[in-house]
Design a protein around this ligand. Structure first.
Ligand SMILES: C[S@@+](CC[C@H](N)C(=O)[O-])C[C@H]1O[C@@H](n2cnc3c(N)ncnc32)[C@H](O)[C@@H]1O
Length: 150
């Protein structure tokens, strides 16, 4: 992540719950999909303040983010099957093919090198794994959700 983006999320982490209010309907669709999937290891990159933790119903979750302030809030929401780490999604400290699912929710648009991020996602994803990408508004379609089956 760029220093500028990191600074932004560290400074405004307390405001993020307000932003999340507008994203709730889209996230409901995403988590309905995810909670229907078979058990497995799920990596959420750019996990932010952990707003999604209460929405995951069955998987083993690992959340990572570069913002210390966002992670501090996320850690308070952690429970048994959820672990969080400070880590850059562009250089993940995980083995190849470690995860069944990867979630990128409103992250692609803020990462300084999205290609490098996606290369890492593909490296840590198992064959037949699935990637879920939510993206920010686009002028044509509004909020976007993309599910990639590999
Ligand atoms: C717009 S917020 C989205 C938070 C959450 N995923 C959501 O949907 O509510 C973007 C998050 O991505 C994190 N982030 C940005 N670049 C990152 C990177 N290279 N690696 C990991 N996290 C990153 C930011 O710190 C921030 O918490």
């Amino acid at each position: 992540m760029s220093k500028q983006t990191d600074h932004f999320y560290n400074k405004f982490s307390f405001l993020y719950p307000l932003v999340d209010v507008f994203l709730k309907p889209q996230k409901k669709v995403l988590f309905n999909e995810i909670n229907r999937l078979p058990d497995g290891n799920l990596l959420e990159i750019g996990v932010g303040n952990g707003a999604h933790f209460q929405l995951y119903k069955k998987h083993k979750i690992v959340g990572i983010d570069t913002s210390a302030a966002m992670l501090e809030i996320a850690r308070k929401k952690c429970c048994g099957n959820i672990k969080v780490f400070k880590m850059d999604g562009k250089s993940l400290l995980f083995y190849d093919e470690e995860f069944d699912y990867v979630v990128l929710s409103h992250v692609i648009a803020v990462v300084d090198n999205p290609e490098q991020l996606l290369e890492e996602v593909l490296r840590v994803l198992k064959p037949q794994g699935q990637v879920f990408i939510l993206n920010h508004f686009s002028p044509i379609t509004g909020l976007n959700m993309l599910i990639v089956h590999l």
